[in-house]
Ligand binder design. Structure first.
Ligand SMILES: [Zn+2]
Length: 390
């Protein structure tokens, strides 16, 4: 904030001295090169408002606990590029992206989500570096925060949320995008919408957005509103409006988590026998039916996954019922769809794949997809199994 104040002071001083026309001053006071273009707010602005009547934490937000969320505020370190990603009066996108991300972090941390930021300052990062932060950390969700721009159409202002490639590229990307978009719709209440707000990044670039292309985790990119819209640009300078947007994103993520985040866990690779407890973690329930799946009955080439619908572990009434849509289960080995067996004993779900021909030695990629009863797809669907042919 200091730099802006110094610049304003300098400009005011020179204007008072009647020097506003001097070429040097034009550069010093150039709004298209300015920094700290948002209206100042104390560091604890959001933290003091989280959970108040205006920004309540809904009870279902408890399901965000321990979800690993990487927030990526777009751009940064780019103020010296004259006019780069700025609104009509020079408000910088990099700054609004960062503040929305910081406010969103405050909401998420209040719900005990694990949050990582790709940047917490006005610094330059490559798209690869941003994605690598999420990938290396093993994020469950990777959310890129942007605001949109369009040339010569100042009246345009609506929300879009972007996914990578084709719709089937990673189904969970669409879940994340959909929930974020709905949260933004509620919070911003922009008068205009685009009729299909989830967009493929292939519409913009043949290979999509680099940050989404390099993401190996569930990822989406928000273009929450247009900073080229003159009124929206002024709103985006205000801490209150940034907080409202962050709250919408938070509510979207909380609804997503509440609907269950499905996961799969590899519990037996080819050549391995199923652990005596079926690979179930400590304290998992066993049931007489689970004896139907024992190591001795499994072919040596079998690959076994335990599925988690993201809901059953809550032990709600009816938790023993199947909450996975059976027809949505698909397994692919090295991209080829293969048959599977699905077994639910009321306490856990097992998915078994027995390749009809032995897999060649070496690494193989296995993709496991399914939807839970709320139509949410698997967060981390890719596994590598090593086949030892000796
Ligand atoms: Zn952007």
């Amino acid at each position: 904030m200091k730099a802006r104040n110094q610049t304003l002071f300098f400009v005011a001083l020179l204007c008072l001295a009647g020097g506003c026309q001097s070429p040097k001053l034009a550069v010093e006071g150039d709004p298209m090169l300015s920094v700290n273009t948002l209206i100042d707010a104390p560091d604890d602005y959001a933290a003091r408002r989280v959970g108040t009547d205006a920004y309540p934490i809904p009870p279902y937000a408890k399901f965000l606990k321990r979800v690993k969320i990487c927030l990526n505020p777009g751009h940064g370190g780019d103020a010296d590029q004259r006019g780069f990603k700025r609104g009509p009066t020079g408000v910088r996108e990099a700054e609004m992206n960062l503040r929305v991300a910081q406010y969103l972090r405050d909401f998420l941390v209040a719900c005990e989500a694990d949050v990582m930021m790709t940047r917490d300052d006005d610094i330059l990062l490559t798209y690869e570096e941003r994605a690598a932060i999420a990938n290396d950390w093993g994020a469950d969700l990777f959310v890129s925060l942007h605001h949109n721009a369009i040339d010569n159409k100042p009246e345009v202002n609506y929300t879009t949320v972007w996914y990578h490639g084709e719709v089937a590229y990673r189904p969970s990307n669409l879940d994340l995008a959909r929930y974020l978009c709905e949260g933004l719709y509620d919070a911003l209440a922009l008068p205009r919408i685009t009729d299909v707000p989830l967009k493929s990044d292939n519409l913009m670039y043949k290979d999509g957005f680099a940050v989404l292309r390099h993401a190996k985790v569930t990822a989406a990119l928000c273009e929450s509103s247009f900073f080229t819209h003159p009124d929206e640009e002024q709103r985006l300078r205000q801490p209150e409006y940034n907080l409202r947007e962050a709250y919408g994103l938070f509510i979207g993520l909380a609804r997503y988590a509440a609907a269950g985040l499905p996961r799969a866990r590899l519990i037996a690779s080819p050549g391995e026998s199923l652990p005596a407890n079926g690979g179930a973690g400590e304290g998992s329930e066993t049931n007489a039916d689970s004896a139907t799946m024992t190591p001795t009955q499994l072919n040596k080439s079998a690959i076994v996954f335990e599925l988690d619908d993201g809901l059953r572990s809550r032990k709600a009434w009816g938790h023993a019922r199947n909450m996975i849509l059976p027809d949505t289960i698909t397994v692919r080995i090295d991209g080829e769809r293969v048959p599977h067996e699905f077994h639910d004993d009321g306490s856990r779900y097992l998915l078994t794949v027995e390749p009809s021909v032995a897999l060649p030695s070496g690494p193989h990629q296995i993709e496991v997809q399914f939807e839970n009863m709320n139509k949410n797809s698997v967060l981390h669907p890719y596994f590598t199994v090593e086949v030892d042919g000796r």
